[in-house]
Design a protein around this ligand. Structure first.
Ligand SMILES: [Zn+2]
Ligand SMILES: [Zn+2]
Length: 344
């Protein structure tokens, strides 16, 4: 089969590999019907994910059809259409039992697919702990509607869940890339009084204004002034930092009112400063990423009920054979791309 493979830092290549086999009785083999590219794939490509193993097939956003299951798999069977979770988790350890699946103590716990074990920019993928890692897609939900359930949408859902949003709140979301928009969609489900999105790219500003007209959009340079003017409590009640740019961590806590919750969803390339003297007395609560992706069944039912729709995010389609071109477009943010769909 064809598999887009991490050769060495700076180089991915589409090569031929044998079809994966069941290795453990809790595994499933999934035939991929649609995949995507995530910014984390670019982090691997650029060598900024030290635990990524050269030789692995990359990709951790995909949906497909179960081809085969191991003897102990109970929740899915051959022929089921499924979403694949970016995270591998056993369901049994202390962290899994408490919903902190990103910190599952299994050797492959957390983000393994397309990083430490073969992922899904390929024709087939082996999914360990299939009962945890796969969720059945309802018949009325298309592959495109379900494509982001296991990764970016799970991240947005988790971020909104942990941010303790109340009806009277003003929520500021910094960054309107794919994860920022997924976060916005999930924050909207909480129906806070007011939502402000801070974004620099004119194309993304246009996208948010076109699709979510009730949301206020500001440029980073106007963000603090707007938030102070709109929020009678001196800042946003909840801030979600999804941009991960040079100054956005500082912007996040500066825009927060005293006693606010600041949720850090972004993955930074560099350490960030926490200047405690400057924020003394502001009494902020910080919550930090990565995603505990254990809400996929709930997300799928919200999609089925028409409450979440991420299909406008799919701006481009490519065949797996042309995936290098799709990476070029996604990496350089060409042609207004938000997300690409890859068809094996
Ligand atoms: Zn990802
Ligand atoms: Zn576990």
């Amino acid at each position: 089969m064809l598999a887009y493979t991490y050769i060495y830092p700076g180089k991915f290549e589409l090569i031929g590999k044998p079809k994966p086999e069941i290795q453990n009785s809790r595994d499933a083999i999934v035939r991929i019907t649609l995949g995507s590219i995530c910014t984390s794939d670019l982090h691997i490509k650029h060598g900024s994910v030290p635990r990524a193993v050269p030789g692995i097939t990359v990709g951790h956003e995909m949906v497909g059809v179960v081809e085969k299951v191991g003897a102990e798999v109970r929740n899915v069977k051959a022929g089921d259409r499924v979403t694949v979770n970016v995270e591998t988790f056993c369901g049994e350890c202390f962290f899994c039992q408490n919903g902190f699946v990103n910190n599952c103590t299994d050797p492959n716990g957390g983000w393994a697919l397309g990083c430490r074990i073969d992922g899904g920019q390929a024709e087939y993928v082996r999914v360990p702990y299939a009962d945890q890692g796969l969720n059945r897609i309802p018949d009325s939900v298309s592959d495109e509607q379900a494509l982001f359930v296991g990764d970016v949408l799970a991240t947005g859902f988790w971020a909104a869940r942990i941010s303790e949003i109340k009806p009277d709140d003003t929520v500021l979301i910094i960054g309107a890339g794919p994860t920022g928009i997924c976060t916005l969609l999930c924050v909207m489900l909480k129906q806070p009084k007011h939502i402000i999105v801070c974004e620099k790219s004119p194309e993304r500003v246009r996208f948010v204004r076109e699709h979510y007209p009730s949301v206020e959009v500001v440029a980073p340079e106007d963000c603090i002034a707007t938030v102070r003017q709109k929020c009678e409590r001196g800042g946003a009640d909840v801030v979600l930092e999804v941009a991960g740019a040079k100054d956005t961590f500082r912007l996040a806590w500066e825009c927060a009112r005293p006693n606010a919750i600041v949720t850090i969803v972004a993955l930074y390339d560099k350490p960030q400063m926490l200047p405690l003297p400057d924020m003394y007395g502001k009494n902020l609560t910080f919550k930090t990423g990565g995603v505990d992706g254990c809400d996929c069944a709930e997300i799928l039912s919200l999609i089925e009920a028409g409450k979440i729709d991420t299909t406008p995010l799919i701006t481009h389609h490519y065949k797996l054979a042309d995936i290098a071109e799709a990476y070029h477009l996604f990496e350089h943010k060409l042609d207004g791309v938000i997300k690409v769909a890859i068809v094996p």
